[in-house]
Design a protein around this ligand. Structure first.
Ligand SMILES: [Fe+2]
Ligand SMILES: [Fe+2]
Length: 267
């Protein structure tokens, strides 16, 4: 019989281990040729998460929950290590110890926040301590809106400056998501009074509209980059990566919406 804990664990690990693997690649590509030690470390993390990803696909929803609990711990440890690596790189860049490198500090910080999110998920799964729905709705949205706002900024800065229209569109998305993020923070500050069904429902609806259009923009950008139709220094895999993260956020919004309206039905 499929176990909900096993199913959710595998879903998180399959998605985020691929993301962690790709972060290792992106960070490596942003290092200078002489940063051989850092390149080697990035390669190591790539292999570690590649193995974790493969292992996650060798399990099924009927795998023994104890085995999955152990696997979650193993992944948790790898994620903690990559988080430390990312923060170390951030420190080096900010202290100007990697002059001429091509990793933006915000990008490195962003990837470390994603690692931290993944680590928290694994802890929640293994301890069985899940946030109450109204809190989860606000916290997940605060996390993902910031992630989306960052993506828009990265795209805007990695497109060739001559792609004026696309750069402008990316800037608009950045502003749109900064504003949504502030609204989410406002809603968060008004807790618990703000956690009414109509407000949370409207919050999800509003966020969904913007995430759908950002998702579509990323999809278009990805296709244009793959077909070599626009000028940029965006790796095709990075374009697909940020597209997948938007899809993930949309999926989470839909799950929240279903839980909220489900509650409405049962009163
Ligand atoms: Fe990412
Ligand atoms: Fe991201």
């Amino acid at each position: 019989m499929p176990n909900e804990f096993v199913k959710r664990s595998l879903d998180e690990i399959r998605f985020w281990s691929r993301i962690m693997k790709e972060h290792s690649l992106f960070l490596k590509l942003g290092f200078r040729c002489e940063d051989t030690q850092l390149i080697q470390e990035a390669n190591q993390f790539y292999r570690i998460f590649e193995q974790i990803e493969a292992k996650s696909h060798s399990f099924t929803d009927t795998t023994d929950p104890e085995q999955i609990k152990h696997f979650n711990m193993e992944v948790h440890s790898a994620v903690s290590h990559i988080w430390v690596f990312k923060r170390k790189i951030l420190g080096l860049i900010i202290q100007c110890k990697l002059p001429g490198g091509n990793n933006f500090p915000l990008l490195v910080d962003h990837t470390s926040r994603e690692a931290n999110y993944f680590r928290n998920r694994l802890e929640e799964l293994n301890t069985g301590r899940l946030e109450p729905l109204p809190d989860a709705i606000i916290d997940e949205n605060v996390f993902f809106l910031r992630i989306m706002a960052d993506h828009a900024k990265f795209i805007g800065h990695l497109l060739d400056p001559s792609e004026r229209q696309l750069v402008e569109q990316a800037r608009n998305f950045s502003q749109d998501f900064d504003q949504l993020l502030f609204q989410a923070i406002d809603l968060s500050g008004m807790r618990p009074q703000s956690q009414t069904q109509p407000l949370l429902d409207q919050f999800l609806d509003q966020n969904r509209v913007s995430v759908v259009s950002l998702r579509d923009f990323k999809k278009t950008a990805r296709d244009l980059i793959e077909a070599c139709r626009i000028k940029s220094i965006i790796h095709p895999l990075l374009a697909d990566h940020v597209f997948r993260e938007a899809e993930r956020f949309l999926h989470i919004i839909d799950l929240f919406e279903a839980s909220l309206t489900g509650k409405e039905v049962t009163g």
